[in-house]
Structure formats: C-alpha cells, structure tokens
Design a protein around this ligand. Structure first.
Ligand SMILES: [Zn+2]
Ligand SMILES: [Zn+2]
Length: 254
C-alpha cells in the first residue's frame, strides 16, 4: 500500500513507531487504513496506533462507511473487484502486474490483509497474515471471517473462479483509448497554435504588429520563443515584457 503519511497517529496525534520505514507493516503496532485514506477518510485519514484504533467507540460504523466507499471505487476501477461483500468480511480481488491478489477486510477491524499467497484459512487461524503479525482484534474477528468465507470459497482458487476480469480489461482499454484521443486532440491544438504563432512572428518581423499589452507598434523589437514541437510558442514584447500569441494579438497572420 503506498500512501503519504507524516508519521503521526491519525487518532492521538503522537508519533508512530515506524521511523523511516513508514509503511513497514511488519510492526503490529501500526494500523494502516485501507486503500487511499483520503478517499475513505471518515474518522481517520492516516495510519494510527493499533491501540488507538482498537479503542475507537464507533469503529464499526466507520469501517462500514469505508466498505461502501470501497464498493463504489471497485465499480469503476479496472483493477479491483468485489468477490464478496459479507457481514464479517469484504473479500476483494486486485489485479496487479505481479498477478492477482486476494484481500480480506474484516468488517470488525478495517485492516487490509493480503491473503493471496497464504494457504487459505489455516494460516489465518494461526494469526499470521501475508506479511505481518495480526493484531489482537484481528485474531478475535478471524473465526467469524473464516466461517463466512470458507463455506463459499474452500480454496483461494474457488474465489478466483468467481471473478471475471474481462469487463474490467474492457474498461481499462476504453480508458486508455480515451487518454490517447485526448492527447491527440491536445497535440493538434498545440500544432495549430504554434504554426499560427510562427506566422505571427514572421509578420511582426516583416510588417510589424501591435503589442496587445502595451499597444505599442512592434517591428523586430520582440523575442520569438519557438517552443515547437512540444511546448507552446509565444512572442515577448521587448518594450513591456508581456508575452502573447496569435489569440491575444487578434491577428490572423497570413
Ligand atoms: Zn495513537
Ligand atoms: Zn508590449
């Protein structure tokens, strides 16, 4: 999980015991909220001491809100799918370059447990998630989570089989196409501007034009910043220092 935090607990404000290894979840003292904390914020928007989090009275209501946000985010995400939205746990599948991952969020805890490379429930029951020790409130919630998930999904593969990535891949392809089209349109507009600016600079050299800022007549006394092909070209008036392009000059250069 990659998030920016300032190293202080999101609940009590004291420094978290994580030093430079801010996101080292191997320490069981730091609770990291799921996904992007800014998006699921609510009660806390950054990691916290497990002890502080465990003592929050309306923790369950907050987690339910997070669950709803995650469901919404998964709808439009090309990489995230809800496998099961249960009373005890949210089971999610995440598609990333290293393969697909299964993530469990116990609804009594709100933590984000990557369980894809753990043998299914037996390891969880021992109190180990993929890469850290479980906190006490996670361990307490486990029997109920395991009971809820292991019925419909006796193995991780059984959970995988319920997930169809094709609609998500189509979503991602559409998003990429859209980005390419937008970039092409931006490039076209930039080319149109820059060509017009080039004609304007030639006109300002040969015939002269009025500076749209100081209104003085410029013939040669300007700088032409030719930023083709990737930047936006402009003309800088040497009299007033103002910069402009064909749009501001209001000149249809031939
Ligand atoms: Zn704290
Ligand atoms: Zn000027």
């Amino acid at each position: 999980m990659s998030i920016f935090i300032d190293g202080r607990c999101g609940i009590c404000g004291e420094v978290l015991p994580i030093g430079d290894a801010m996101l080292d979840e191997s320490t069981s003292e730091v609770f990291v909220p799921p996904m992007n904390p800014a998006a699921v914020c609510g009660l806390i928007s950054s990691p916290a001491h497990w002890a502080c989090w465990a003592a929050v009275p309306d923790r369950l209501a907050t987690i339910r809100k997070w669950g709803d946000r995650i469901l919404e985010a998964a709808e439009s995400s090309p990489f995230l799918q809800i496998v099961r939205d249960g009373m005890e746990a949210l089971l999610l599948a995440q598609d990333d370059p290293s393969g697909c991952r299964l993530i469990v969020m116990p609804m009594a805890v709100g933590s984000w447990m990557d369980v894809s490379s753990s043998p299914w429930p037996p390891t969880w029951a021992a109190g180990l998630s993929h890469h850290r020790l479980m906190h006490e409130i996670e361990r307490e919630s486990l029997p109920r989570v395991i009971e809820e998930l292991s019925g419909p999904f006796p193995t991780p593969e059984a959970a995988w089989r319920t997930v169809d990535w094709e609609p998500k891949r189509a979503l991602e392809r559409a998003r990429q196409r859209d980005q390419i089209e937008k970039k092409q349109r931006r490039d076209e507009l930039l080319d149109i501007h820059n060509e017009a600016c080039d004609r304007l600079a030639r006109l300002a050299t040969s015939v002269g034009i009025a500076c749209p800022h100081c209104r003085r007549f410029l013939k040669g006394d300007f700088r032409y910043l030719d930023n083709r092909p990737n930047g936006r070209s402009c003309i800088v008036c040497r009299r007033c220092g103002g910069s402009f392009g064909p749009e501001e000059a209001g000149v249809q250069a031939p």
